[in-house]
Write a protein that binds this ligand. Structure first.
Ligand code: TRP
Ligand code: ZN
Length: 489
């Protein structure tokens, strides 16, 4: 909906004259909670509509403008027997402009009630598959004002097809009944209302109510348990801001296993969430996480979060670096390359989660770095020759594929192979060019500068040139933006 269209729509609603002949798209879902009984003071400000996107060059619909989310409380009740979810999500945000109306990303679950600062608000969409839900508070919100949006909703969360990759994502229920959430780069909106772009990081608290005997885990630390008759509410909280796509829950017949040795070794409480069979028989590599946390703390800076661990789920064929709780397909956990994927997802906690993307087109900053982290770990564990063997293998594989510049992958194939491997090779080319001391100093200045913040490729190049004193534009241009693959560094 255009800014103008929405303004017209708001006026029509206020006038009670939203007729079928209106040129404005008709809302498919309008929720009116109770009519306010008190007379309101005149609105102190007038405002305009917040933007329906955050200007992402690949996915302009993701996220919304006009406010800055500070914190979310996502309270959900999950009934595994029927597959239904009832949720109440609160978003506390600060208006960055005077807002008459604003958008929040929300998928296809049914709206029950919407309030802004406790007063019933209107909400509408152009059609049910549109992720931009327009919210109209009873009175405008002034720039700088902190406001609370509370949405109650219910339904059967379904998997979604992301804009960026050809696999099912979102809220997924595995064949063994375990439910889990994987939503990079988009899809957080399929289970709670959200400003779904990494540019708007916020604090998260999860309150997950499930039947007795079922375990519910989310990002962060289990700060509280509320016991009721037949059900329990599991409360999980993060201490650091998080990009919404990293929000996750894992609910099912799973066991939370504390890694006492790894926790003692790293100083970071490590807890893994495993199906009973893996909890009884964990693969040896799982014990390496404490050492990995220590190693990457040296490379990228102190581990940024309060806890870490993996959650393993059956039937999932990938791994995703959800903040403090990477989700792993159980087949990967049982595979011979588990150690490599463990390294990759741990490295993402710094690179991607702590230092986040400002634009999805720069995805190589996440995946190229996490791939290079695999090679650094190999070098640390088994020496430079073992590392070079991995690099040669990656180069040979990239060479055998159609050339694809990792700095600008296709928007519908964001996680293309080249983004990972040629992205990693670009970092190795940089290391060869500037030498080890400068290379590692670049990594540290980059994470220091953009911690808890967002970066673009130009920001990394700027740091690399600043630390090295070398003009690196040609190197990065050839490795990231020209289709032709440069020679093995
Ligand atoms: N970031 C993941 C990795 O570590 C890959 C990924 C992106 C993914 N989107 C996903 C995995 C969605 C599972 C589901 O490489
Ligand atoms: Zn990755």
């Amino acid at each position: 909906m255009t800014r103008f269209g929405a303004a017209v729509f708001a006026l029509l609603v206020l006038a009670g004259a939203c007729s079928a002949t209106s040129p404005t798209p008709q809302p498919t879902s309008t929720t009116l909670a109770q009519t306010p009984t008190t007379t309101r003071a005149p609105a102190p400000v007038s405002g305009t509509e917040g933007a329906p996107g955050l200007g992402d060059s690949y996915y302009p619909d993701l996220g919304n403008g006009g406010y800055d989310a500070q914190s979310y409380t996502v309270a959900i009740t999950w009934d595994p027997a029927v597959g239904t979810l009832t949720g109440t999500t609160s978003m506390v945000a600060i208006a960055t402009q005077n807002l008459s109306t604003f958008y929040v990303d929300f998928g296809e679950l049914s709206l029950i009630e919407i309030t802004v600062n406790g007063a019933a608000a209107l909400a509408s969409k152009t059609d049910s598959s549109d992720i931009n839900l327009l919210v109209e508070p009873t009175q405008p919100i002034a720039v700088g004002e902190t406001f609370e949006l509370v949405i109650t909703y219910s339904g059967r969360p379904a998997t979604i097809r992301s804009v960026a990759l050809p696999i099912d994502a979102g809220w997924t229920t595995a064949p063994d009944g375990t439910s889990y959430v994987v939503t990079e780069p988009d899809g957080a909106y399929s289970w709670f209302p959200v400003n779904d772009h990494p540019l708007d990081k916020a604090l998260f608290r999860f309150e997950i109510t499930v039947p007795d005997g079922i375990t519910a885990v989310a990002n962060g630390v289990n700060t509280e348990m509320i016991t009721d008759i037949g059900s329990n509410t599991w409360i999980w909280e993060g201490t650091q801001p998080m990009a919404p796509y990293l929000a996750t829950v894992v609910i099912g017949d799973v066991v939370i296993v504390n890694d006492e040795a790894g926790s003692a070794q790293s100083g970071i409480p490590i807890r893994n969430v495993l199906p009973p069979e893996l909890a009884a028989n964990p693969p040896a590599a799982l014990a390496l996480q404490g050492e990995m946390l220590n190693y990457f703390a040296e490379i990228f800076g102190p581990y940024p979060f309060a806890t870490y661990g993996i959650a393993s789920v059956e039937g999932f064929q990938a791994a995703l670096e959800n903040q403090t709780l990477s989700v792993f397909g159980a087949d990967i956990v049982r595979s011979g390359f588990f150690e490599t994927v463990l390294v990759h997802e741990i490295a993402h906690q710094w690179i991607g989660n702590w230092v986040s993307l400002a634009d999805w087109s720069d995805i190589w900053l996440n995946e190229g770095f996490a791939t290079y982290a695999e090679w650094l770990w190999e070098e640390n564990q088994r020496g430079p020759q073992a590392r070079d063997a991995l690099i040669a293998e990656a180069y040979a594989t990239v060479e055998g594929l159609a050339p694809l510049a990792p700095g600008a992958p296709p928007p519908d194939d964001l996680f293309a192979f080249s983004v990972y491997n040629r992205g990693g090779l670009a970092l190795h080319a940089l290391r060869q060019e500037v030498g080890d001391d400068t290379f590692f100093a670049i990594l540290r200045r980059y994470t220091d500068r953009y911690a808890n913040d967002n970066a673009r490729t130009v920001d990394f190049i700027e740091v690399a040139q600043e630390v090295s004193g070398i003009d690196l534009s040609d190197l990065f241009n050839r490795w990231l933006y020209q289709p032709e693959l440069p020679p093995l560094p």
